[in-house]
Design a protein around this ligand. Structure first.
Ligand SMILES: C[S@@+](CC[C@H](N)C(=O)[O-])C[C@H]1O[C@@H](n2cnc3c(N)ncnc32)[C@H](O)[C@@H]1O
Length: 202
């Protein structure tokens, strides 16, 4: 069998993201990870938490990589990866206590962000955290020249992709689905971790 894929950025951002997750996640229950990619965040973080971690991805080809990284780390609280495309309802997970989505909403059409919040609203109870990580605009503006270049690269890939606005479209979408933006934590390389909280039924 070939080696599972690696995403080198996960080794650079995992400690900073983990520091936030450790603080805001419930101490037990189920964490649903959306767009797990290679699964390296799950493999690194889950063994340090008491929570059960459910990795997923919209790309069926990613699932074996996720499972391979979990197995290699010997984690016993990571479930078998599931195919979950955020725009397809109902999601294959009916209830979760927290949701984590890293580096997806900028590298997918806006419909993916819409699907993410709508799906999360259907499965998270009041008070549950929804944690996003990635590059964001602030008040419509890029936060660094590197993000300007990154968005050019994204748009060349697919014109529907783009760095989303953390003071406009994203919190508006969150609010429509019953989520409130609670905290913004600066991360390395001009990224942000953003904590939303489910405040009410949408
Ligand atoms: C840049 S990768 C990020 C992977 C991982 N979270 C990380 O930070 O390394 C983006 C991921 O989003 C997934 N993705 C894109 N559109 C999606 C969708 N509609 N539903 C679920 N996953 C999706 C891709 O398959 C890919 O694994």
């Amino acid at each position: 069998m070939s080696e599972p894929r690696h995403a080198p950025a996960t080794a650079r951002n995992r400690e900073a993201i983990f520091a936030v997750l450790q603080r805001v996640l419930p101490s037990n229950g189920l964490l649903l990870e959306i767009a797990s990619g290679t699964g390296e965040h799950a493999a690194f973080m889950a063994p340090q938490l008491a929570i059960t971690w459910q990795p997923t991805d919209g790309d069926p080809a990613a699932l074996s990589d996720i499972d391979a990284h979990a197995k290699a780390n010997g984690a016993n609280n990571i479930r078998t990866a599931l195919h979950l495309d955020v725009v397809n309802f109902p999601w294959p997970v009916a209830h979760a206590d927290a949701l984590f989505c890293c580096n997806m909403i900028h590298i997918a059409p806006w419909e993916a962000a819409e699907g993410l919040f709508a799906g999360a609203a259907a499965i998270l109870p009041e008070g549950a955290p929804l944690i996003l990580y990635g590059p964001f605009r602030r008040h419509g503006e890029h936060t660094a020249p590197s993000n300007v270049q990154f968005e050019e690269w994204l748009k060349a890939k697919d014109a529907r992709f783009g760095v989303r606005d953390l003071d406009g479209e994203v919190p508006a979408l969150a609010a429509r689905n019953g989520f409130q933006r609670e905290e913004i934590v600066p991360m390395p390389a001009n990224n942000l971790t953003v904590v939303f909280r489910r405040i009410a039924s949408a």
